[in-house]
Design a protein around this ligand. Structure first.
Ligand code: FES
Length: 162
């Protein structure tokens, strides 16, 4: 990895944006890469704007890779205010934003973020139509997913190596 890219990644990591779970999220997507063991979960909250549903806020949690964390930090800022369709139209290199082009060995890091976004915004990840409880339980953390068995399990989508 060149030193310019490493510097931009370190700058993004010095002040990561939107890190942590979003307790009242409308959608959650979790993906994993079986090759490197990285996992990433993305929470999305929507709002209505001009008669359209747009992304009000997105947050993430990740294990491991600095590049995926840096991309997720930038991407969660980038998708704010976009409709789900606009967010889904973004390519991995666009999600990486100011990091610029990633080297071939790091492209899958941005694809992990893209995959989490797709998992969160796909119809299967849409919120149920059941009425929300008065006080919605907090969304589980990644650590919870691994340490606490859940009825029905957690849907983790392993991405194909590209
Ligand atoms: Fe695998 Fe970054 S090294 S997601």
């Amino acid at each position: 990895m060149n030193s310019d890219l490493q510097k931009r990644i370190q700058e993004a990591l010095a002040n990561p944006q939107n890190l942590g779970e979003l307790a009242d999220a409308d959608a959650v997507g979790t993906v994993g890469n079986s090759d490197c063991g990285e996992m990433l979960r993305l929470w999305v909250k929507f709002r209505q704007q001009d008669g359209k549903q747009v992304i009000d806020r997105a947050t993430f949690q990740s294990f491991g890779c600095e590049t995926a964390i840096a991309v997720a930090s930038l991407a969660t800022e980038l998708i704010r205010g976009k409709t789900p369709a606009e967010a889904l139209a973004l390519k991995p290199e666009e999600l990486a934003g100011e990091l610029g082009p990633l080297p071939p060995m790091k492209i899958h890091c941005s694809q992990l973020v893209e995959g989490a976004l797709r998992a969160a915004l796909s119809p299967a990840a849409a919120p149920t139509t059941a009425p929300a409880p008065a006080t919605a339980p907090a969304a589980p953390t990644l650590l919870d997913s691994f340490t606490q068995p859940k009825p029905g399990g957690v849907k983790i989508t392993f991405l194909d190596a590209r």
